[in-house]
Design a protein around this ligand. Structure first.
Ligand SMILES: *[C@@H]1O[C@H](CO)[C@@H](O)[C@H](O)[C@H]1NC(C)=O
Ligand SMILES: *[C@@H]1O[C@H](CO)[C@@H](O)[C@H](O)[C@H]1NC(C)=O
Ligand SMILES: *[C@@H]1O[C@H](CO)[C@@H](O)[C@H](O)[C@H]1NC(C)=O
Ligand SMILES: *[C@@H]1O[C@H](CO)[C@@H](O)[C@H](O)[C@H]1NC(C)=O
Ligand SMILES: *[C@@H]1O[C@H](CO)[C@@H](O)[C@H](O)[C@H]1NC(C)=O
Ligand SMILES: *[C@@H]1O[C@H](CO)[C@@H](O)[C@H](O)[C@H]1NC(C)=O
Ligand SMILES: *[C@@H]1O[C@H](CO)[C@@H](O)[C@H](O)[C@H]1NC(C)=O
Length: 217
């Protein structure tokens, strides 16, 4: 009887473990910059078509999300992590390691463009259009976002640095795979929180079941 109860408990525990492990994944988001207005400068009014700071304030940004710039070749897309570069509305003096030009320098106007920009670095990210010698940036084509950890980078964006490659072991006895895709810290943290929750649930479940198990009396 005791063995039966124990087996039943073990089976039930396994069931609970499996159910509790399936924590719902949070998806990555694609943010269309400016919403329906897109990423445009109104040359007639000498102002951005919408308030990009207000738009940015309405969104939550996480690692692995994309900004989708729906625009045309009249605007440029510059991403920087450097506040000085952002405030200058120019990347002429910027260093390669903190500023990326996604689009710019096209002399053909009005060419429709969709420019996806992945968010790969946590913290402040700055975006602007440096077109018209910085006037577009000065007149509203500039915004700042805060990138949170979220789920962490997906493997597809987790390339730099490349996955560490361990030379294949000499003996066939090793059970470790030749290389592993590096997981971000957050993924690890996320998992351990899920585990902790599961373990707590487990514990309280057994406390509740205790009086119901005849073999324990
Ligand atoms: C987000 O945009 C990227 C880049 O264009 C694309 O690869 C991905 O499929 C998009 N994801 C969603 C959920 O639309
Ligand atoms: C610029 O703004 C004016 C007034 O809001 C509008 O009539 C015009 O169509 C806009 N031009 C472009 C190119 O969006
Ligand atoms: C647009 O505004 C800038 C100042 O921000 C000014 O220097 C420029 O002359 C203006 N352009 C037009 C067409 O009004
Ligand atoms: C955009 O909106 C913010 C408030 O959300 C305001 O402080 C800022 O001056 C606005 N920018 C422009 C260019 O109108
Ligand atoms: C793009 O720039 C060209 C040249 O300045 C101008 O003629 C055209 O109206 C602009 N188009 C839009 C949509 O602003
Ligand atoms: C930002 O860029 C400027 C050059 O535009 C550089 O002098 C400065 O050191 C950079 N700041 C940081 C924090 O890297
Ligand atoms: C860029 O490189 C400079 C040195 O050249 C360094 O001080 C700075 O931290 C780097 N910035 C980033 C974002 O890696």
């Amino acid at each position: 009887m005791a063995a039966e109860t124990a087996a039943f408990s073990a089976f039930f525990a396994l069931l609970i473990t499996m159910v509790a492990s399936q924590t719902p994944p949070t998806a990555y988001t694609n943010h269309t910059v400016g919403g329906p207005a897109g990423w445009f400068f109104n040359a007639t009014n000498n102002i951005s078509t919408t308030n990009y700071s207000s738009w940015a304030a309405s969104q939550t940004f996480n690692l692995g999300d994309f900004l989708i710039f729906r625009t045309n070749s009249n605007q440029t897309v510059i991403q920087t992590y450097n506040l000085t570069t952002f405030n200058s509305c120019s990347f002429d003096d910027a260093s390669d390691n903190d500023t990326v030009q996604y689009y710019g320098g096209d002399s053909n106007f009005n060419k429709p463009l969709v420019i996806p920009v992945p968010l790969t670095i946590k913290g402040p990210n700055y975006f602007f259009s440096d077109a018209d010698d910085g006037v577009q940036c000065q007149r509203g084509m500039a915004f700042e976002i805060q990138v949170n950890t979220g789920l962490g980078l997906p493997p597809s964006l987790n390339q730099p640095p490349p996955p560490p490659y361990a030379t294949p072991p000499d003996s066939e006895s090793s059970q470790t795979p030749p290389f592993t895709i590096p997981e971000t810290k957050k993924n690890g943290g996320f998992k351990s929180v899920a585990n902790l929750r599961r373990d707590l649930f487990f514990f309280f479940f057994f406390m509740a079941m205790m009086p119901l198990l005849p073999s324990f009396r």
